[in-house]
Design a binder for this molecule. Sequence first.
Ligand SMILES: Cc1ncc(COP(=O)(O)O)c(C=O)c1O
Length: 421
Amino acid sequence: MITCDSLVYQPFQPTGDALACDGVSIQSIVEHAGTPTYIYSARAIREAYRAIDEAFSAYPHAIHYALKANSTLAIVRLLRSLGSRADANSGGEIKVAERAGFPSRDIVFTGVGKSREELEYAIAQGVGTINAESAGELDRIAAIARAQHRVARVAVRVNPDIDAKSHPNISTGLKTNKFGVPLQEARSIYRARRDTKDLQFAGVHIHIGSQITTLEPLRRAAAALVSLALELQDDGFALEHVDLGGGLGIAYEGRPIINPADYAGAVIPELRRIGLPVVLEPGRAVVGHSGALVARVVDTKCFPDGRKFAVLDAGMGELIRPALYGSFHRIVPVVARRGGETAWDVVGPICESSDVFARDRMLTPVEVDDLVAILDAGAYGSVMGSNYNRHMLAAEALVDDGTWTIIRRRQTLEDVLALER
Ligand SMILES: Cc1ncc(COP(=O)(O)O)c(C=O)c1O
C-alpha cells in the first residue's frame, strides 16, 4: 500500500505484484505507449477537484483551474466537465482553455509579462477578468479596450510581501519577487483610474506562491486582500469578487500536510468580512497526485565508493522539478524485485549533472529494462517538458473507468524538424 496524505486518493497502488493506476496495469499501458510516458488517473483529478469544491461549499466560490499546472487538452476538458472555470497564464493557455470548451468569460487571465498581442486577444475574446500586474499594464489594457470599443474587466494583483514559506523559486508574494504591485500602492492605483471608462474594476487578486504547506501565510494573504477590497468599496468601487490565486501544496513526501478543508477553514472567516464571492486558482492541488512519469532503466552502474546509479530513459526534459527546485518525488519500481533496499541515485540521460531525480534513494534491486514510476508528477511535469539533447516529448495516457487512452502521442523527430529548415 502506498500511503501519503490519508485524505487524498492515491491512484498508483500495487495490484498483485505490479503497480497499477486505478487498477489498470502500468505494464500493459507502456507495452503500447512505450517509455517515458505520463500516466494520469481521471478519478484522482475528479476527487481532488471535488475536495476543493466541497471545502468551500459554505461560501460563494468559483474554481478556476490553473492551466499552467497541466494544460494537456484532455485534462483541461476533464476539468471543464467537472464545472471548473479556467486560469490562463498566456495567450496559448487561453486558446487551449477555449479549445477545451471553456467560454471566454469563464477564463481569468493572469501572469506577469503579458504581451500586447496576448492582451489584444484576451480583450477581444472578452475573458472574464484580466489580473493586471502593474499600473502600466492597466493603462495598456485600457488603451487596447478603447481601441476595440470594449470595456475590459480587470483586477490588480497585489504583492503583500508575505513569505509563503515555500521554495524560493515558487514564492511570488515577497517584495523581492517580480509579481504584482506593492500592497500599499494598490489603493492609489485603483483610485487614479476610477473614472477610466475602458476599465471595469471587477475584483482584487493575490497569489503568494505555490506548494504552500502552512496555513498562516494563506490566511494572512486573504486578510490583506480583504482589507484592501473593503477600502476600495469605501472608495466606491463595485467589486464583484476577491481572487486568492492558487498555491495549496500537496504531500510529496508522504507526510500529511494541509488539505483543502484546512485551507477553507483558514480563509473563509477572512472572506466573510466582505462577503464577496471568492475566485480560487488551484493547479497543483487538482492534478499533482493524479500523474506518474513511467520510465525504463537503461543503465545501472556502481562506482568504487559504492555509489550506485540507475539511469532512466526520462530525465529533466520530462520532469524538471527535481533539477530546478530540488523537489522530492516518490519513486517506485513497477514490479519490485526480491531483495533488501539499498541506496540508489536515480538519474536521467541528459548531459547535465543536475539531471537527477533522487540521491541515496532506498530501492529494492534495480536492473536494466525495469520500469519505475515517479509519483505525484501530474502538476508542473509534462508542461515543463523540453527537447534538450533532442529527446522527444513524452507520451501521455489517461486512465478512466478501467480503461486508458493516449491523450498525447509521443513527439517524433519529424514533428520537431518540421519547424526547421
Ligand atoms: C497567478 C497564479 N495562479 C494560480 C497558480 C497555481 O498555483 P498552484 O499550482 O500552486 O495552485 C499560479 C502558479 O504559480 C499562479 O502564478
